[in-house]
Design a protein around this ligand. Structure first.
Ligand SMILES: Nc1ncnc2c1ncn2[C@@H]1O[C@H](COP(=O)(O)OP(=O)(O)O)[C@@H](O)[C@H]1O
Ligand SMILES: Cc1ncc(COP(=O)(O)OP(=O)(O)O)c(N)n1
Length: 265
């Protein structure tokens, strides 16, 4: 009999396969785990941008989560695009009802190409209601700026922002430094302790879906029983490997490759 860890992603669909649910499922599968999904929205997007968004009915999102938890309980949950306040409220209700564990929240707000993936009015609901439920939240620099309310331009600013976010949500935060120059350095702040995770910066424009991939990989590593530190370290190694394979498809910022980096796991 095969024993397999189960990971649920609650996120939006990217029809071009680079980000969202598709990136999450590829990542979970590459980790040799069983992937499940509750789809919050359909997006019409590709490597050049987001051209349309169709939100799923919040009650139906709740139904998807019910079907999953009542049958195959996930060992970890990754949460990505959540669109609007009602969707966030339903997800919060279900996570509490089912006492979900190992919750990694990527507080997706705006795509790199500039499209709003979370409606502006829902930011407060996300920060006040959903983020405090995370085992870890993984904002990029623009998202961290929204949560903490000031500009982040240096590693010192990242430290100040992480402390501020910790105080707001009373939970672990990993601020991703991909939007700063130099190294790809991410900062974990939890329980008054900070830990930098540094990897070389891969010189490529093909970074579509890096945030989705990182958060899913962390969820997989937590599902496997790793500590938070170890989960992030392994996930960053996976991500850097996926960037380094040098896949170059599409006319814009292309997706990552999830097959040939398997040997890095
Ligand atoms: N060019 C790159 N080379 C290596 N790692 C990168 C690169 N760009 C981003 N990363 C890493 O990818 C992850 C996602 O980063 P980021 O781009 O900041 O988030 P998002 O995709 O949510 O905007 C982080 O671990 C970051 O350090
Ligand atoms: C459906 C969907 N979810 C999330 C994103 C954002 O992906 P992310 O990896 O955070 O970053 P970019 O790919 O936008 O750089 C998305 N585009 N679509």
């Amino acid at each position: 009999m095969i024993l397999i860890k189960k990971v649920l992603t609650i996120a939006g669909s990217d029809c071009s396969g680079g980000a969202g649910i598709q990136a999450d499922i590829k990542t979970i599968t590459a980790h040799k785990m069983y992937a499940m999904s509750a789809i919050t929205a359909l997006t019409a997007q590709n490597t050049t941008g987001v051209y349309g968004i169709l939100d799923a009915d919040p009650e139906f999102i709740g139904k998807q989560i019910d079907c999953i938890f009542q049958d195959i309980r996930p060992d970890a949950v990754k949460i990505g695009m959540v669109s609007n306040s009602r969707t966030i409220e339903i997800i919060v209700e279900k996570l509490i009802q089912y006492q979900a564990e190992n919750i990694v929240i990527d507080p997706v707000m705006v795509s790199t190409s500039g499209s709003e993936l979370l409606c502006y009015e829902a930011r407060k609901t996300l920060i006040d209601k959903l983020l405090p439920l995370g085992t870890l939240i993984t904002p990029n620099i623009p998202e961290a700026q929204v949560i903490c309310g000031f500009k982040i331009e240096s590693e010192e600013d990242m430290v100040r922002a992480a402390v501020c976010i910790w105080e707001k949500i009373h939970g672990a935060v990993l601020i991703k430094g991909g939007h700063l120059v130099h190294e790809a350095a991410d900062l974990l702040y939890a329980n008054n302790q900070r830990h930098w995770f540094r990897e070389e910066r891969v010189h490529t424009v093909n970074t579509h879906g890096t945030g989705c991939t990182l958060s899913s990989a962390i969820a997989c590593n937590l599902a496997d029983g790793n500590s938070l530190d170890e989960s992030i370290k392994k996930a960053k190694k996976y991500l850097t490997g996926a960037l380094k394979t040098g896949l170059n498809i599409g006319k814009g910022s292309g997706p990552l490759e999830h097959t040939y980096c398997l040997q890095l796991l």
